[in-house]
Design a binder for this molecule. Structure first.
Ligand code: 13P
Length: 266
């Protein structure tokens, strides 16, 4: 069964409402006739609703950048699953390295991130289950730090993350999610992971899904690569057999760049 490629733009903390609407209007225009690749934009929470309105009746899907596991309550600053479906989200990014903390050794850079967000595999797992229960498709991020890569621990790290983050899912649920392999050292650095290596690690992730959920789930689950994806490197990455799309940060903020990346998946 052929997997439909999925290219998602993670806008992170960029774009006012006006800028967001301007960007999606440009995308709608340029991607109107593109078929065979699923396109998703993940604006900041403040722009979800206006972007949703601009995307009505188009082939571009809406995603959020995080979710909380409670349905409602005294959780200052958090966003409930029902709030995301209410504004028309279909996808939600979970466990991005910019919100994820780690068990074990904490580097100085990571300490800064940890002190803000402290997201663990356990809370990521809760969020994945919550998203699925709400009818959202999680885009579950995983990936190693530079020190972990240098120490030859990449495969172990992604295996452990995926095993913990997807614990307790049914094979059908696992088959329908999206996993993003984002080596942390490649994010926002311009230092892309070379295509054969990105393909190899995505293969490790697929094999992990197979071990836990079986061959059918492994065959169906879509695995993206993320980390310094640009128009000039996307075609090679996206044509690797184990890579089913991209999670794009910086280059998703410019319509022409993002459109070129989406088209390179065809
Ligand atoms: P860049 O494409 O800016 O490296 O960001 C990747 C990313 O973190 C997407 O989630």
């Amino acid at each position: 069964m052929a997997r439909t490629p999925i290219v998602a733009g993670n806008w992170k903390m960029h774009k006012t409402v006006l800028e967001a609407v301007e960007l999606v209007n440009a995308l709608v225009d340029k991607l109107e006739n593109v078929k065979g690749v699923e396109t998703v934009v993940c604006p900041p929470f403040t722009a979800l609703w206006p972007v949703r309105q601009a995307l009505a009746d188009t082939n571009i899907q809406l995603g959020a950048q995080n979710i909380f596991w409670e349905a409602q309550g005294a959780w200052t600053s958090q966003i409930a699953p029902g709030m995301l479906t209410d504004v028309g989200c279909k996808y939600v990014i979970i466990g991005h390295s910019e919100t994820r903390g780690r068990f074990g050794t904490v580097t100085e850079d990571l300490q800064k991130v940890l002190s803000y967000f402290s997201e663990t595999d356990e809370t990521i797992n809760k969020k994945v289950k919550t998203a699925l229960a709400a009818g959202l498709t999680p885009i579950v991020c995983c990936g190693e730090l530079l020190e972990e890569r240098k120490a030859g621990k990449t495969d172990d790290v992604v295996r452990k993350q995926i095993t913990a983050d997807l614990a307790g899912l049914t094979p059908e649920q696992a088959a329908g999610i999206v996993i993003a392999y984002e080596p942390v050292w490649a994010i926002g650095t311009g230092e892309v992971c070379d295509s054969p290596e990105a393909n190899r690690v995505c293969g490790v992730i697929r094999a992990t899904v197979k071990d836990i959920f079986g061959a059918e789930a492994a065959e169906s689950v879509r695995i993206q690569y993320g980390g310094s994806v640009k128009p000039d490197n996307s075609a090679e990455l996206l044509h690797q057999p184990e890579i089913d799309g991209a999670l794009v940060g910086g280059a998703s903020l410019k319509a022409d760049d993002f459109v070129a990346i989406v088209k390179s998946a065809l």
